[in-house]
Design a protein. Structure first.
Length: 299
């Protein structure tokens, strides 16, 4: 394991994904400086050896020319953290690198990188895939965009969080690749929900169906992991339906900006919109199967 002994690293955003990632960095020896809106998690990590900052600006000032991770739910959250008098940009030191591991927005990311470069810092968009399980087990898939030399420089640190780290291209390419991931995930969840509903209505044992389908071209992580969640009706969120829709909306926006027509994406987006309108947005995105079940009962 790569040692971070003596390294100062900032971490902003300590939710279900950020907290385990921050702990992996601490375990590798990094001295973390943290900022988070919720104070409860800060106190817990402080007890484990982390330092607490009063603002994003203070995180940047304390870290100097080191690394600052952002693990925030959306582009608006990132904007709130980086802009303003107490924002990250107001404290960045030349030579530092900001690594955004959240799923945010393509155009906004390009703007943040441009601003960071103007300060003498840099911005890497490195959204992750693998959910809370991947974050806990440090086997996330990381899709990195930005300057290739900057991504190469932080690979050993990213390797403490994930097992697959791929350089995708210039700024925003990491976010675009994550959107592609989410488009495929969303479509596969919807297809699996419909396939399971078809099986269930015709007396097919769903456990047997999952086993059989796993042996053919339909095999996927979605079938393996989310298929089991559907069978067991366990929709405790690893990734919520609300966040799934957020990424589909961003993918749709990017497609429109690129003058692309993506009918499957638009159809799929409407499914999640309807699921959330039914009050199921806080379920795991595999809970789309439950929404299908509700629709079936209504006839």
């Amino acid at each position: 394991m790569h040692s971070l002994s003596g390294s100062r690293i900032g971490f902003i955003g300590l939710g279900n994904m950020g907290k385990p990632m921050a702990r992996h960095l601490m375990k590798a020896g990094a001295k973390l400086t943290l900022f988070n809106r919720s104070k409860q998690v800060l106190e817990k990590l402080k007890g484990e050896g982390a330092e607490i900052a009063s603002s994003p600006r203070e995180v940047a000032q304390r870290i100097g020319d080191g690394l600052i991770f952002l693990s925030l739910p959306n582009a608006n959250s990132v904007g709130e953290v980086v802009e303003g008098e107490d924002g990250l940009f107001n404290g960045l030191t030349p030579g530092s690198k900001v690594i955004d591991v959240g799923s945010t927005a393509v155009e906004a990311t390009r703007g943040w990188q441009e601003k960071a470069l103007g300060i003498g810092s840099d911005w890497i968009d490195a959204p992750v895939s693998g959910g809370q399980k991947g974050a806990r087990e440090a086997n996330l898939t990381i899709m990195a965009g930005g300057r290739e030399e900057s991504v190469d420089a932080v690979r050993p640190v990213l390797g403490l969080l994930g097992t697959t780290i791929t350089y995708m291209g210039p700024s925003g390419a990491g976010q675009c690749a994550k959107l592609a991931n989410q488009v495929i995930v969303a479509s596969t969840i919807a297809s699996l929900s419909e396939a399971f509903l078809l099986c269930r209505k015709n007396g097919v044992d769903l456990k047997a169906a999952r086993t059989a389908l796993s042996g053919g071209f339909a095999q996927s992580k979605i079938l393996d992991q989310h298929g089991l969640k559907m069978i067991e009706k366990d929709f405790e969120p690893g990734g919520t339906a609300i966040n799934q829709l957020k990424d589909l909306v961003e993918a749709s926006n990017v497609a429109t900006a690129n003058k692309l027509t993506l009918p499957m994406l638009e159809t799929n987006k409407k499914l999640w919109e309807r699921m959330i309108e039914e009050g199921l947005g806080e379920l795991d995105h595999s809970g789309l199967y439950q929404w299908y079940g509700k629709m079936e009962k209504r006839g």
